[in-house]
Ligand binder design. Sequence first.
Ligand code: HEC
Length: 159
Amino acid sequence: MMRFLFGSGAIAIVFGAVVFLFGTLGAEAAPPKQPDTVDIAAGELLYSENCAACHGGNLEGQTDWQRAGEDGVLPAPPHDETGHTWHHGDALLFTYTRIGGKAALAANGMEFNSGMPGFSEVLSDEEIWDVLAYIKSTWSERIQEVQGVRTQSEQLRGK
Ligand code: HEC
């Protein structure tokens, strides 16, 4: 009986340490997450000021957006349902907007001549979330659901 108690106690301690370790690591590596409150109206205004020039006033993107120019840079894709913005979870969209395409892809080991600038000097994190919330608010319920699942799986995978 004594050994049984001691044994399970040791296991409990080890288990506690593992939970502690993973808890800490998880907290450090946690992917960015949309805040509970976002301002969609502010996001719409910020979109028209910062994004519409390339991504279009109606989120329609640039013509021939799937074909790279002579410099290898892609035109800006639409953010409406005809594009692929909704194929990505929130964390990726946030990082792509915050640090720009080149740095975001470099972080995943890809070298890419991106036409998407980073906005970390122009917009606060909160403002970036507002813009993304505005973009998402224009999608149908079904597309929002699909994108929501991608966001959840990003959070579960930790990236
Ligand atoms: C100077 C033009 C330009 C501006 C301004 C711009 N973008 Fe982009 N954006 C691009 C291009 C070009 C791409 C295509 C991918 C690439 O080349 O990296 C892109 C891609 C993206 C993507 C990835 C979409 C996907 O489907 O993979 C997101 C998200 C994005 N932009 C958000 C924004 C937001 C939000 C703003 C405004 C705050 C903005 N962009 C402003 C040019 C621009």
